[in-house]
Design a protein around this ligand. Structure first.
Ligand SMILES: [Fe+2]
Ligand SMILES: [Fe+2]
Length: 309
């Protein structure tokens, strides 16, 4: 690849980052007017005893989403951008400068998420973490992947892969929330402004991934494909344990039974289907740049054992 791929940047097409607005929505005590915080998880609804419990469950699930968002921004995307200067190949100056600008956006998204999360958790007075201080599941999985690598250079490549995996799908996820009429206005509004930023991010990370794939030294190509496959799965697996914990908090079902229920629902087949659904936008992108069809990607992606997940 001779030229860096074209991408969207702020300053063109009237695009301005949401960090400039310094807007921090919160949830007060006002009526919800039949709206919810998170789409219903149909398979769980028959265990939920009332509409009020269902709303509480959705609020907990949305807090989980916000908590994961903070971890994605602080521990995944910002480190991916920080790793750009330490890769075994060169990124041209202009695109790197543009990517550096996104750190401010991600810091703002995390700050917005924590204020919003605290206000929801306060209104419903529940815990969204079973163990205080525990890392979100996807982050401990990513840490495990990085811990098995050899040397800082591989970890930097892995960080960038994680950035590309995340940023090629997050704007689609956020768009689904912002368009969902069942959700409370503040949820939709926050997701909408975040999503507008993420359209720019997605474009820049798509260009970065394509450039990386063309520029990576031959001896690292298999590793990059394996990392894409493993990180894609790690980012997409549902956190069934946490869903069980929320079920226990909002219903009168005992803890052990909640654990059994989520085990019965999240079978290896269901987990695989959920991963495929969440990973679809990234898979399409990886297909377009020629990674999804490599033997090392396919072997790792298809060889994953959902029975042990
Ligand atoms: Fe973000
Ligand atoms: Fe982003």
């Amino acid at each position: 690849m001779d030229r860096y791929p074209k991408y969207l940047r702020y300053g063109i097409a009237e695009k301005k980052p949401s960090v400039l607005d310094q807007h921090f929505p919160v949830i007060g005590d006002g009526p919800l007017n039949g709206k919810r915080f998170y789409p219903r998880i149909e398979a769980l609804e028959r265990y939920i005893e009332s509409e009020e419990q269902s709303v509480r469950f959705g609020a907990a699930a949305f807090c989980r989403f916000l908590h994961d968002t903070i971890a994605v921004e602080h521990n995944l995307v910002i480190p991916a951008i920080a790793s750009l200067q330490y890769l075994p190949f060169r990124i041209p100056e202009r695109p790197m400068e543009d990517l550096f600008l996104l750190v401010a956006d991600e810091g703002h998204h995390a700050a917005q998420a924590v204020t919003f999360l605290n206000s929801i958790a306060e209104r419903f007075s529940f815990e969204y973490q079973e163990r205080r201080g525990a890392l979100p599941l996807f982050l401990s999985r990513l840490n495990e992947i990085n811990a098995a690598l050899h040397g800082a250079s591989q970890v930097n490549v892995s960080n960038v892969v994680a950035g590309v995996v995340t940023e090629t799908r997050v704007s689609i996820e956020l768009g689904e929330f912002s368009r969902n009429n069942d959700l409370v206005d503040e949820v939709r509004g926050t997701c909408r402004s975040h999503q507008e930023d993420e359209v720019v991010h997605a474009s820049q990370f798509r260009a970065l991934g394509a450039w990386m794939w063309a520029a990576i030294p031959d001896e690292s190509r298999d590793l990059v494909c394996e990392l894409f496959a493993r990180i894609l799965i790690a980012r997409s697996l549902p956190d069934a344990g946490r869903i069980g914990f929320f079920l226990q908090q909002v219903t009168s079902i005992p803890k052990e039974r909640c654990r059994e229920i989520v085990k019965e629902i999240y079978t290896p087949e269901v987990l695989e289907a959920e991963v495929l659904k969440a990973a679809k936008p990234t898979l399409r992108y990886l297909d377009a740049i020629g990674i999804a069809n490599t033997p090392s990607f396919r072997k790792t992606y298809r060889g994953f054992d959902y029975g042990t997940a």
